[in-house]
Design a protein around this ligand. Structure first.
Ligand code: G1P
Length: 245
């Protein structure tokens, strides 16, 4: 399911049939392109819910309450793209299978960037796993309890919904998922798992460019020509792939 909002119809349209375009491609016998276009609408069956007012991530998740019901669910934030050998969500699902409780996908970030994220701190249980004791949304560097940041991947138990219903607006005057998770951590175990992989913030201009370039270089059909182009504009592209953690 995708939680969308006013003026974001492009997402629904992207995964829908493009009848006019299909007819046009058929008429011009552009079969390969036609198949490519049709394949997008056959990819997945997506349900949409519209968040009528932008009241924050916590509020957006509350909009999905009836759809989710009494089940654990995954949250993937669209502006966090993770490139990993084993998909990030699969890594979190493996931890969920063992723990059966809420799991947050985290990575360490540079100290000066903690004010961009939900930050967790707690007890280290293993190389990658932490038992979360507290969370704070976008703390100032001076008061941040750690540099372990939530990076847009969560598996959450339905216990979060009654908490979200009671959560008052927090940072940015929005209903923050992080604030509700902080309450959840007081009554249930909440874990943070430092996933392996490279995460891009495509909501940021530079992050968007980095993701675009690196994803393009990974495509065998584009790699050689695109690399040649990059070399021509930069003079020397030595190592631009994101270092995997
Ligand atoms: C949201 C969450 C924050 C999280 C971040 C990851 O913030 O509120 O806790 O760390 O996504 O990208 P946003 O980037 O929407 O402001």
């Amino acid at each position: 399911m995708i939680i969308t909002g006013r003026n974001k119809r492009a997402i629904e349209d992207h995964f829908d049939r493009s009848i006019e375009l299909e007819l046009e491609l058929e008429r011009k016998h552009k079969d390969a392109l036609l198949q490519e276009i049709k394949a997008i609408s056959d990819l997945v069956n997506i349900q949409y819910v519209r968040q009528q007012t932008p009241k924050g991530l916590g509020h957006a998740i509350l909009c999905a309450k009836n759809f989710v019901g009494n089940e654990p669910f995954a949250v993937l934030l669209g502006d966090d793209v993770v490139d990993a050998e084993e998909p990030c969500l699969k890594q979190l699902m493996q931890v969920f299978e063992e723990k059966g409780q809420t799991i947050l996908g985290v990575q360490q970030v540079a100290r000066e960037n903690v004010n961009k994220y939900g930050i967790v701190s707690g007890e280290k249980l293993g190389e990658h796993l932490h038992l979360v004791k507290t969370l704070v949304e976008k703390p100032d560097v001076e008061i941040a309890p750690s540099n372990i940041a939530i990076l847009g991947r969560y598996i959450i138990t339905p216990d979060i919904f009654p908490i979200l219903e009671q959560t008052e607006p927090g940072a940015g005057l929005e209903i923050q998922l992080t604030d509700a998770l902080k309450e959840l951590a007081k009554i249930k175990e909440v874990y943070a798992y430092e996933f392996s992989g490279c995460r891009y913030d495509v909501g940021d201009k530079l992050g968007f460019l980095k993701a675009t370039v690196e994803m393009a270089l990974k495509r065998p059909d584009l790699h050689d020509d695109f690399m040649e182009y990059l070399m021509s504009v930069t003079g020397n592209v030595e190592q631009i792939y994101c270092k995997r953690s």
